[in-house]
Design a protein around this ligand. Structure first.
Ligand SMILES: Nc1nc2c(ncn2[C@@H]2O[C@H](COP(=O)(O)OP(=O)(O)OP(=O)(O)O)[C@@H](O)[C@H]2O)c(=O)[nH]1
Ligand SMILES: [Mg+2]
Length: 356
């Protein structure tokens, strides 16, 4: 809606200015006679933005349309199931659980859908909070998958190559170092480490330091061609870990330029590393942008820096990506753990609150 006030010496002149500037569909909101003449406030609906040839803007429009579509589908879900929603709200244990899950940062729509299904398991029979919670957890775990990306590494078929992708400062390099230590020390595998991050000052030194502590060969590549060459140098390794530059991946162009570095012929497993402290909507958009790259699994870091882990669960429920690891602190190599069902369930409600 575009709003404007017009001043003229007569009402006719003021109305003429309104029509001239806002067009014949302008709506008159108010008119009054002031000391210096007539004042008319008018409005008109904003014109839709013209179709745009810039691909960045086209992406933004597509995203906006997706967002609108999502709101529409949630509204129609709410309308079509309003009786169900009322029932959920009337049922005290269900309503309590519903609100506790929202407080933990879970998405309202996802909770509503899972909880409605959990309640439907009881066919109208009364159920206490524990029974409903258990039914909810059953539905929840059925939607989440886990990846164990290093389980199948074998030296016979050439190196297994893993990349660490994700936004700035989420812990890509630190996570790579933690997992490199695990592969080298616990699994006794022959490793190679490559840095593609020549963008940030000090990034190469940071990773090189970890590589030399672990006594793992290290190389830097600045282009697709160089990466192919370095991977060839590491062909006798069991596994190769590749660090990448952190960028603002809310900008889809950055994902595209990252993607262009990888050769589609190379068999790469991509970890998308995300911070548990990021906002739900930003995580969602980042994952949407990474759809162009064949993501193998998600890694969430900085679990220790937040009390509410709902945003992790939201992404796992929304997207089909499995979760592999979780970073729980700054210490290398200690602060990392494989994601498990038990641990994710502990994020739903604080212990002690689950059975109450
Ligand atoms: N608390 C906490 N800090 C972490 C964790 N993982 C990494 N960090 C810290 O986050 C900061 C950034 O870590 P990096 O590994 O450099 O992050 P990055 O994604 O490689 O950063 P860029 O390469 O600049 O995009 C460092 O201070 C790490 O110690 C974690 O699980 N918990
Ligand atoms: Mg880094």
């Amino acid at each position: 809606m575009q709003l404007k006030t017009f001043k003229a010496s007569t009402m006719e002149k003021a109305l003429f200015l309104v029509k001239k500037e806002l067009g014949p569909d302008a709506i008159i909101l108010s008119s009054r006679k002031g000391e210096s003449g007539f004042e008319v406030s008018a409005a008109r609906e904003q014109q839709p933005a013209p179709a745009c040839e810039n691909p960045g803007n086209a992406d933004a429009s597509a995203e906006m349309l997706n967002g609108i579509q999502e709101i529409k589908s949630f509204l129609s879900l709410l309308i079509s199931s309003k009786d169900q929603l009322a029932q959920l709200q009337e049922n005290q244990p269900v309503a309590e659980l519903y609100h506790s899950l929202l407080v933990r940062g879970l998405d309202e729509k996802l909770v509503f859908m899972l909880l409605s299904k959990a309640v439907s398991d009881f066919n109208g029979d009364p159920a206490d909070r524990r029974q409903i919670y258990n039914a909810f957890c059953k539905r929840f775990v059925a939607k989440i998958s886990f990846a164990r990306p290093f389980r199948t590494i074998s030296s016979s078929s050439g190196p297994a190559v893993f990349t660490f992708l994700g936004p700035t400062g989420v812990g890509k390099t630190t996570t790579l170092a933690k997992l490199a230590a695990y592969l080298k020390i616990k699994r006794q595998l022959g490793l190679g480490i490559i840095s593609l991050d020549t963008y940030r000052i000090g990034a190469v030194d940071q990773l090189q330091t970890y590589a030399s502590i672990l006594e793992v060969p290290f190389s830097v590549a600045q282009s697709k061609v160089e990466l192919t060459g370095v991977l060839d140098d590491f062909r006798h390794c069991d596994a190769v870990l590749i660090d990448t530059t952190g960028r603002n991946y809310l900008n889809r162009e950055h994902v595209r330029s990252l993607h262009s570095v990888f050769n589609s012929a190379q068999r790469l497993s991509h970890f998308l590393v995300l911070s548990a402290t990021a906002k739900d909507e930003d995580l969602k958009q980042t994952i949407v942008h990474f759809r162009e790259i064949n993501i193998n699994s998600l890694i969430f870091t900085k679990l220790d820096e937040t009390f509410h882990h709902g945003c992790i669960l939201n992404q796992l429920l929304r997207f089909n990506y499995p979760i592999s690891y979780m970073g729980t602190g700054q210490r290398v190599p200690e602060d990392i753990e494989p994601a498990t069902q038990k641990r994710l369930l502990s994020f739903l409600l604080p212990a002690g609150n689950q059975a109450a």
